[in-house]
Structures are given as structure tokens and as C-alpha cells.
Design a protein around this ligand. Sequence first.
Ligand SMILES: CC1(C)CN=C(N2CCN(c3ncnc4sc(C(F)(F)C(F)(F)F)cc34)CC2)S1
Length: 492
Amino acid sequence: MAGFKDRDKRHFPLTDTSSVVKLFEDQLKGSNEPNLALLSITLGCIENALTLNRSVPSTDDSTLLRPIFPVVDLDTVEALYTKFETLVKGSVDLTKYPEEYSSRDLVKRISDVIWSSLSRSFKDKAHLQSLYSFLTGNKLDCFGVAFGVVAAAQLLGRNDIHLALSEDHAWVVFGEDGTDTAEVTWHGKGNEDKRGQSIALSVAEKSWLYLNGQPVICNRLMEVAAMVSAANPSISMTMDSIEMGALQQELLWLLYDESHLSKYPMALGNLGDLEEISPTPGRPPPLSLFQEAISSSVKNYANHHVYPYTYMGGYLYRKRRYKEAIKCWAEASNVIRKFNYTREDEEIYKEFLEIANELIPNIVKAVTLNTLDHEQLNLLYDPVVYGDILRFYDGICEWEEGSSTPVLHVGWAQHLTFSLNKFDPRTRAKIDVGKDEDEEDKKSDDEEDGEEVDGKKVVDNKGGVQDSENGKGKAAVQKDPLKVVVEEMKEV
Ligand SMILES: CC1(C)CN=C(N2CCN(c3ncnc4sc(C(F)(F)C(F)(F)F)cc34)CC2)S1
């Protein structure tokens, strides 16, 4: 049972990074499970001081000497912890929920307690992810509400309620075998919240938002990793708090060493980004962390996560390692093609749009202008690169096929033709777009379970069978005009 114990109190006051790391270390390695509310209040208090309430820089040089790290007093944290405990225990009558495992009603009740305390102001600002924000400003973002529900559940001794994370949404799992699911927060803008509903219905849509049944399911230690990963060192669009970034980085390495990041690809990616900004001597370089994130997704989530590839692709792009960046983006597209695009998948749509319509054109322009660097210019004569760009687009086309919402529009085709036309025609002739073996396998799989629907075989490209109405009463997007464009061009 979590509680604010004396052994926790002796860490206070916290005066620097290492005292915070020691508190987290004691919580992670201690006898009982880490206290999510205590840690979230503490981390949120520090983030607030380092990013929102920075000491106003005075004109004299005294600020140059004054330590910027805030002193976190025990009574500040204890007061907020008690406020949270009073709210939660005062609002949930546990005698109504005598069962050993949590019910949907209980989960909904806890979500309502957090939800009803929120102020109505807009919620997509930064620094709204911690219980410090909730308790001092009644504001939480989408992640913060889900995290708050799990922290409240822990206070109530409900140890079967855990955080579930996709790449753009959060919900909870609960029940005897931890497979019951419930929405507890909202998603995106202008979408009705589905709080209390199970996720099963949404997963059936094969949308990226729910990772088609492959989300990260946290235990208490991974919930600490989520809290640390969700910390935000940014002060403004152009400035980050060095102290907050360093604290987040040290806490992520502590969690990494305890293997609490091994099934959490995005946290590994976050650590890789922090290491790019400020490398820790003796630690693996960013690329190996991004590779670990990819391997974790392949091993634990049937390679259904996109971000591990875009973390690595973005890094390689920044290092001007363009051929390898394009390879990563082709692998990212190889993941997204497993899904059907639905209207709540905007975040990943924007990711692919930026790669297709900005990053790849920038690369093609850069290597055309910079003809002095033969290594770079060769890119336009490299059939492997050309093939990877085609694979990148083919995955997006496949993502669109069978979807209720179209992905591509003529703007995509304009950038596609710009990029592909820069390649030497002989190079374009060299690649073989023949059916590779797994494509043949897929076809044979489909043959097996394809069935006649009014005389014609209709299979989706996800290996399932759906009627020509895309199984959801919506007209499925047929073969996409872009594929025709690419095929026509190959005859050029
Ligand atoms: C390659 C990228 C464009 C760079 N940053 C990326 N992030 C930044 C960090 N990030 C995350 N990093 C750790 N954990 C989580 S849980 C989560 C979420 F499920 F969507 C939630 F909770 F709804 F916000 C998001 C997210 C989201 C993805 S992807």
C-alpha cells in the first residue's frame, strides 16, 4: 500500500538533481511499490519552477551565481499529497466496490473524480501532465488525466488498474487478468470523450490510435517511466531548461538500468533525443537507443509502433545521413500500412506528410545543390534509395486502401513527382518492383481465406476478408490514383 512514509520524508528538502534521483531510486528499489502521487507532485513542482516560474533575471550579476534549482520542501509536497488523498478517498466510497478486482463502474467513478475537478480552460498547453498541475491549477492534458486516474487508483489500493499507452492516446486496463479496458480521458480536439467505454470497439477499426491491440501496458514501475518521459523541459518554443532536461535524462537512465524502459519504445526514443542534445559519457549513443526502441517494438509489439523508426529517421536526417534516414522512413511506412486510416489518426498523418512533403524534398534539393559532395550526390544514382522512397509511398498507399478516410491528395503527388524525377532515369530503370516473397505469401494467405462475395474475391490488404463495403458499411477507398501515377511513371 502506497502512502507518504517517513522513509520518503527523509529525502526532503530536495535541493538538487541528485537528491531527486535518490528519492526516485529509493522509490523504485524500495520494498513496496513507488508512490505515483508523491513522485508526480515532486517532479511537477520542479518542472514548474524550472520552466514556468523561473526566478526573474535581475540586472545585477547576482542571478549568475544564484542556483536555479528550486528547493522542494516537505510541507509543500505533503500538503498537495494530502489534498489529493482527501479528494480521492473522500469521493470514492470503497464499500460500494467490495470485489477483489476493480469493476468498470469503479474505474469510471475514479475518472469522474479527476474529470469533475478540471477547469474548463484549454488543455493543449505544456506542463499540464503532472499531479502538481492538477492540484495547484486544476489543469491536466490528455495524458495527465489518465495518469491521475492510475495514481488515484493506487491510493485506493486498486493495484489491478494500470496505464495503457499508444503513440497518441492513453487509457487504463483492469480486472482479474488485466485485460478489461476503459477510456478515462479525451483524445484530440472536437472528439466526444468516450470515458467508461471499453477499447475493444476502437481496436476493431484497426486504427493507429489504438495500435491494433499492441499498446504499451504499464506496471507501477513503467508508470514512473511514463511520468518521467512525459516531463517537459521546454521554457518556450526556442528554449529548454538545461536543469530539467538533465534531471529527466538522469531519471530515464535510472529507469533504463532497472530495465523499466525495455518494453517502452517511446521512452527509449526520448532518452535518445536527450543524449543527442547532451551526451552522457560512458552511455550508449542515440542511434543504439533508437535501435533498442525498434527492437523492443519488433519483439514486444509485433512491430506495430511507428515512432521508433521516425525517432531514428529524424536523428539521421539531422546528421545529414540521408540514405539511412530514408531507409528508416520506408520502415515506418511498412508499419503504418498494417492499419486503416481513421479520422483520429491525424498525428501520424502529419508525421508522414512532413516526411513526404518536406524532409524528402529537402534532401533531394540539398544533394542536387551540393554537387561537390559526391557521397551525397550519389544518392540520386542509388537504386536502393529510389526503391526505399517507392516503398515509403507504397506503405502509405496501402494504409489508405481499405480505410474509411482518404490519406493522399494531389499535393502528395506533386511532391512525389518532384522527388522521383530528380533521380537519374537509368537508376529508376534498375529497381525491380517485383513481388517479394512475403507479398506472395500474403497473396496465398488471402487466397486461403478469401471468400467469394457476390462472385468476386474481396480481401483487404490486412490479411483479413471484408466485404467490398469495407466491413463497416463505408465505401472503402479503392486503388489509389497515386499508385497509378507511379506505375505510369515507371513506363517513362
Ligand atoms: C519521433 C517523434 C515525432 C518525436 N517525439 C515523439 N513523441 C514524444 C514523446 N511521446 C511520448 N513519450 C512517452 N510516452 C508517451 S505516452 C503518449 C501518449 F500515449 F500519446 C499520450 F499519453 F496520450 F500522450 C505519448 C508519449 C509522444 C511521441 S514521436
